[in-house]
Write a protein that binds this ligand. Structure first.
Ligand SMILES: [Ca+2]
Length: 351
């Protein structure tokens, strides 16, 4: 029913894991008790956006800024129209310093294009930088932070098709496809491969041209990243991505962006709702969950920001020092010999 959507997100979508204790219908004023005694949700207005979009774009201090083709409509923020070669974005102006949060994204992707003749999708961001147009769904490449992509066009698959190659069914991804990527600024998003080399996980999500509402939620609790979709019109969250050990710094910006190319779609954002989740931590967890300065994922090697020299082994270091010393001694000895010879010669000349 309706309460699953507008009631406490955590409890409603995780019925098996958490007890639904209290339903709280409202705009988020006051805490929403959403778990078995340890989780509360608060809507954070400074990081949220909903109709009639008063805090967008204009005014002395808008909470949200528009970029590129993004524009305010009566029913949505349209990131791109169903027109080729557009890109647009919407960025929160206020950095987010919450440790545990949940972002609910109400979006709509629709257009004239028939099957697989539409693109390219939209992205939701929690990144260090904001308002930087670029090739990754309208945002900069080599971003620093988290990107969640709703990719509507299978670039890799189409390329394989033209090369008359076929995927083995096990590797083929069905589009539209939702995936997530954490970046420390060193990785490029591979558009030709739909981000396959860098994805943390993903799922198929048939989201285009639907008559019912479509939602995506990004939940970040105790370094556990969960992404769920509600796209079947059943008001239920369906699991999509779950990754433990995701370290995201605080003070980054929420944003959403989109791009069209040869193919296009309307990419609309209807609302963004950010909830602060207050969870209890044990003293051990407090120690473990200290602030980080660069995003990373446990057990996953991200390339370093600058390519460092390969670390020297002890033996290599010893040999370098040893031969440097030998060379120095040798050079000094040669120098002394040459100097004494020169002195002898000049003495001879004087006599
Ligand atoms: Ca794609």
């Amino acid at each position: 029913g309706w309460w699953q959507r507008w009631g406490p997100g955590l409890a409603a979508r995780d019925g098996s894991k958490m007890l639904l204790l209290l339903l709280f219908l409202g705009s988020g004023q006051g805490p929403r008790h959403a778990g078995a005694g340890q989780t509360f949700e608060y809507l954070k207005r400074e990081h949220s956006l909903s109709k009639p979009y008063q805090g967008v774009g204009t005014g002395s201090s808008p909470l949200w800024n528009l970029l590129g083709s993004a524009m305010v409509m009566t029913q949505c923020i349209r990131l791109t129209p169903d027109v080729q070669s557009k890109q647009g974005a919407l960025w929160n102006r206020v950095p987010c310093f919450l440790r545990d949060w949940e972002l609910q994204v109400h979006f709509k992707i629709h257009g004239q294009g028939k099957k697989n003749l539409h693109g390219d999708g939209l992205a939701i961001w929690y990144t260090k930088d904001r308002m930087q147009p670029g090739p990754v769904f309208g945002n900069m490449d080599k971003f620093v932070g988290l990107g969640v992509f709703v990719d509507t066009y299978p670039n890799e698959e189409k390329q394989q098709e033209t090369q008359k190659r076929r995927y083995s069914p096990g590797v083929q991804r069905v589009f539209p496809y939702v995936s997530a990527m954490v970046n420390n600024g060193s990785l490029s998003y591979d558009h030709e491969r739909d981000g396959r080399p860098t994805e943390l996980g993903g799922c198929t999500a048939i989201v285009r041209n639907l008559n019912h509402d479509t939602f995506l939620v990004i939940r970040y609790v105790k370094r556990h990243l969960t992404i769920m979709m509600d796209i079947d019109g059943k008001h239920e969250w369906r699991d999509c991505i779950e990754v433990p050990g995701v370290r995201l710094p605080r003070g980054y910006y929420f944003g959403t962006s989109s791009i069209t190319g040869d193919l296009s779609d309307n990419h609309d954002v209807i609302s963004l709702k950010l909830f602060e989740l207050t969870v209890e931590r044990t003293p051990e967890e407090e120690k473990l969950h200290r602030d980080v300065f660069l995003p990373s994922v446990d057990n996953m090697k991200l390339p370093e920001m600058t390519a460092p020299l390969p670390p020297l082994s002890g033996l290599a270091l010893f040999l370098i020092v040893f031969f440097s010393l030998v060379f120095s001694v040798f050079a000094v000895v040669i120098g002394i010999i040459l100097y004494t010879k020169w002195q002898e010669q000049s003495r001879k000349r004087f006599y």
